[in-house]
Design a protein around this ligand. Structure first.
Ligand code: ATP
Ligand code: MG
Length: 406
């Protein structure tokens, strides 16, 4: 077991308290994968935990959690808990500190997440989590109807763990999800998006389909109600980036609707804009030459191109051969000037050439950029200064006859 976690457990034991590693870390360790963090559950109350360790900070003291630094890593140490009354199928109204490990693990969602481990006592598994790990099953601790009624988010967590681990959902647990799916509407969008995102970036993202077949998806997002807008197959063909997987999921939605769906789910701007930008260019003609590649880099954004090409290939917009050529084309063009910032001249240089009107400066720079995209050799200060002079003359001769008419 992890050294830092073991030290904390032993220190708490020496002071006369019970302490165990619990939850996801025990599950992951039993499955042979390295846990990304170790959570500790203890009979000591937060004040005691803070007194026993020199480096602590309050993370969720109202939930009984104190973060302890040990062996250079951070550990969440939480007092044995019983969740209080649940109203509205959301988080408990209050939490009470429980008397025992049993009570603490009994409030946890699934049997595989309700196991505890002690360096001397070994595994403590009240609900046969180990059996379910072997059977590859997501199964509620206790009566699924009751557990989902307490906290509807657990239904989506079942889908998330099914996707993360490649496990099936136990039939009683699944039936309860189908019956109670409409109650997911009571859960905050932030918590929902978090689980959907974790499902999408998992090893089995196509299992998000379970959120649709159970009726969950249509309840948490109005935009997802319509059948056929979400595409679950092939999600795993693109790398596990949130934007790419969301774009793959919503590849048959127009960008505006995908954006609206993400807005409804309270997605942050980076996620929403990144996904929409991918979808905006999913059907653009595939660049066949250097100039059209540079245009796409200008329009879509240089950094987006590799992901965009991968998305288009996975969505079968492009052929494998076409996609490969476009990747090669990008590799050659990736450092070419395609934005105003890449130009060898600035607004000030253009003004010095006599382009003085505010809106003309921008227009002239856009013109220069277009010239440079067509021919990057032109991107020298001298050539572009000459070019802005020519632009100015042409602009004046074009405008003059007009003003004469008026
Ligand atoms: P991951 O490795 O993906 O973080 P995890 O098991 O650590 O998986 P968390 O969401 O971090 O998952 O939750 C930590 C633990 O807290 C879970 O293993 C579970 O025991 C418990 N838990 C979390 N959320 C709930 C919930 N809504 N209802 C009941 N128990 C929960
Ligand atoms: Mg966790």
């Amino acid at each position: 077991m992890d050294l830092g976690a073991e030290r904390i457990i032993r220190r708490l034991n020496e002071a006369g308290y019970e302490a165990y590693a619990v939850g996801g870390c025990v599950r992951d360790a039993l499955m042979g994968s390295e846990p990304h963090d170790w959570d500790i559950t203890t009979s000591a109350v937060p004040e005691t935990v803070k007194r026993l360790f020199s480096h602590t900070f309050d993370t969720g003291i109202e939930h009984g959690t104190v973060t302890v630094l040990s062996s250079g890593a951070a550990y969440e140490v939480t007092t044995f808990r019983i969740d209080g009354v649940y109203t509205d199928h959301r988080r408990p109204d209050s939490v009470t500190f429980a008397g025992s490990l049993y009570e603490d693990v009994a409030r946890r969602d699934f049997t595989i997440n309700a196991m505890a481990y002690h360096p001397d006592k070994g595994l403590i598994d009240y609900f046969d989590g180990q059996g379910d790990l072997k059977r590859k099953l997501i199964r509620c601790v206790g009566d699924p109807m009751k557990r989902f009624d307490e906290d509807a988010l657990r239904m989506l967590r079942a889908v998330r763990f099914s996707a993360k681990l490649g496990f099936a959902i136990d039939s009683a647990t699944w039936k309860a999800i189908v019956r109670l799916s409409d109650t997911i509407a009571d859960v905050s969008k932030e918590r929902i998006l978090d689980e959907v995102t974790k499902t999408l970036v998992s090893d089995h993202p196509e299992r998000l389909l379970l959120a649709e077949t159970s009726g969950l998806a249509g309840e948490f997002c109005e935009e997802f109600k319509e059948k056929g807008v979400l595409e679950f197959e092939k999600l795993g063909l693109v790398r596990a980036s949130r934007e790419l997987r969301f774009a793959m999921l919503m590849r048959h939605m127009v960008p505006e609707r995908a954006g609206a769906a993400l807005r409804e789910l309270k997605a942050d701007n980076a996620l929403r804009k990144g996904t929409v930008r991918l979808l905006e260019h999913i059907h653009d003609p595939l660049p066949k030459d250097e100039v059209s590649m540079r245009r796409l880099m200008h329009d879509a954004g240089r950094d987006l191109i590799p992901d965009l090409l991968d998305l288009r290939l996975a969505a079968e917009v492009d052929t494998e051969a076409g996609s490969k050529e476009a990747h090669a084309l990008f590799a050659l063009q990736k450092d070419m000037p395609v934005t105003l910032a890449d130009l060898a001249v600035s607004g000030r240089d253009v003004i010095a050439q006599g382009v003085t009107l505010g809106k003309d400066v921008g227009e002239c720079l856009e013109y220069l950029l277009n010239e440079v995209i067509k021919d990057p050799e032109k991107n020298t200060s001298d050539q572009l200064k000459q070019e802005s002079k020519r632009w100015k003359t042409r602009k004046e001769t074009l405008i003059l006859p007009k003003t004469a008419e008026n």
